[in-house]
Design a protein around this ligand. Structure first.
Ligand code: SF4
Length: 480
């Protein structure tokens, strides 16, 4: 198959896991010969082309099936393979051009790996027969748009949305209940919230971790523990959360799709909830391409962050595992997601954000913000999509300790591009760079505090936990 496929993703197309019958193999060959050159098909066996502007999303090196990650470069290239455009940016642009952007909101399922590498045309033919070939052809050639859409969906939606997933484009509000965490309670009360993060230790010792937790605890509502940030192994987020709970501090458990499978995600959440962890931040995670050598698998997503939210929301609201098993003790969860307001175009970013809110995100934590005025366009788009009133937003603020850190963030962290004027300020500050970094953070906080739709800040300490007290105090935010 790879010989015929135009290798837009460079790697060969998927192959089935078991030997298929001759008829099916032949059909698969014909399918790849047609869909490969036309749509960049990679034979995932779980076709979504109708919802992705007829461009195969599996060309994304991360295997994202629900929109772009936050790592697009300023040139709109993929950060995993910077030699080409982000395939999701291309899909979004095409959908906008053809007026099909609303189709991008449907929450699409993860792969059913038993189908990977196999043909999908057989499924289409079976579905067409089921509804009646005459009715299908009549509907497709009909001038009546509604009839056409209904007939089309009766075939293709059934295929792309199997019963075990049943994704849609709707907003699913959490059932009415008391807040399950202090973070949620403060948001709902309308307080301007301060959260922060503490870097997990590299070794198994917890002394520094405990010191850092104790030092920021009086000034914040919750502490987020990153999940192997920059794809580098450290103490797990769940273990750090437990250490925080033991010190009566509220944690946010961050889970990166990079290191999760659908099985581990669900088991981890049940376990985490049993030990009192309720704030969950679902992220796709930095790809291992930016991690240490030897490079780990870059083609790793079993589930993306939108799918994580969808799965966790159903566990919480319906008491259901993805495989359909029901359970009695549902986890109490306050679900969050990451967003990158400046990663692509605010119009496109808002579509992805709406999808996350529909899937289950109740709060957003943004990527680092150094130019708060640029947030206005993005907030406007969220408002247009009617989601500003459905999600609480924490703006990511980082006190830069040195010019070197600013340069590192700019070059190595996907989705962060340091504005030139910030670089110049840090450079000019020379030995006082850390003081300049604090002033920049204070200016950002001052600006976002006054913006409609912003509910708080998330101080990304970049291992400078001792600065949290000064930032909170000097920014005039109430001690939490
Ligand atoms: S930037 Fe992200 S979403 Fe876009 S192609 Fe690369 S990995 Fe995929």
């Amino acid at each position: 198959m790879s010989g015929i496929k135009p290798a837009r993703r460079w790697q060969p197309a998927f192959f089935p896991f078991k030997r298929e019958s001759f008829g099916k193999r032949l059909l698969a060959k014909v399918e790849i010969c047609v869909k490969g050159p036309l749509f960049g098909c990679r034979m995932c066996g779980n076709c979504l082309l109708q919802e992705t502007a007829f461009i195969c999303p599996m060309e994304c090196p991360k295997g994202m099936r629900n929109g772009p990650c936050g790592g697009i470069t300023p040139e709109k290239n993929c950060y995993v393979d910077s030699t080409r455009k982000c395939i999701w940016f291309t899909i979004y642009k095409k959908a906008l051009k053809t007026g099909r952007e609303e189709t991008l909101l449907e929450v699409l399922p993860p792969l059913d790996w038993s189908k990977v590498g196999t043909e999908t045309w057989g499924d289409v033919v079976r579905q067409v027969r089921k509804i009646g070939t005459g009715k299908f052809i009549g509907g497709i050639i009909s001038a009546n748009k509604t009839r056409k859409a209904v007939v089309w969906d009766s075939v293709f939606k059934t295929i792309r949305q199997p019963e075990w997933w049943s994704g849609d484009s709707e907003y699913h509000e959490a059932p009415p209940r008391e807040p399950v965490t202090e973070l949620e309670r403060k948001f709902r009360k309308g307080e301007f919230v301060v959260a922060t993060e503490v870097s997990p230790p590299i070794g198994a010792g917890t002394d520094k971790l405990i010191r850092d937790i104790e030092s920021v605890k009086p000034f914040v509502t919750a502490i987020n523990f990153t999940d192997s940030s920059s794809a580098r192994p450290k103490m797990s987020s769940i273990a750090c959360c437990k250490v925080a709970i033991d010190r009566e501090t509220e944690p946010v458990f961050q889970i990166a799709a990079r290191d999760s499978s659908r099985t581990s995600l669900q088991s981890d959440i049940i376990g985490a909830n049993a030990i009192g962890i309720k704030n969950i931040l679902c992220i796709s995670g930095d790809n291992s391409v930016i991690g240490p050598s030897p490079t780990s698998n870059m083609n790793i997503l079993d589930i993306d962050s939108v799918q994580m939210l969808w799965i966790l929301r159903k566990m919480r609201d319906d008491g259901l595992y993805l495989d359909g098993r029901s359970f009695k003790h549902r986890p109490d969860l306050f679900l969050g997601a990451a967003t990158s307001p400046f990663a692509s175009d605010p119009v496109l970013q808002a579509i992805k954000d709406q999808k996350k809110v529909n899937a289950g995100a109740q709060f957003f934590q943004t990527n680092l913000v150094f130019e708060p005025d640029r947030l206005d366009l993005w907030l406007e788009q969220l408002d247009k999509r009617n989601i500003l009133n459905k999600v609480f937003i924490l703006i990511g603020v980082a006190p830069l300790k040195s010019l070197k850190i600013a340069q590192y963030l700019h070059t190595n962290v996907p989705g962060v591009s340091m504005p030139e004027k910030i670089m110049k300020r840090m450079e000019k500050a020379g030995e006082s760079a850390s003081e300049e970094g604090v002033q920049i953070a204070l200016e950002v906080i001052d600006s976002v505090k006054r913006k409609q739709g912003i509910n708080g800040i998330h101080i990304m300490t970049l291992s400078w936990e001792s600065i949290v007290q000064r930032i909170v105090t000097e920014s005039g935010l109430n001690i939490q």
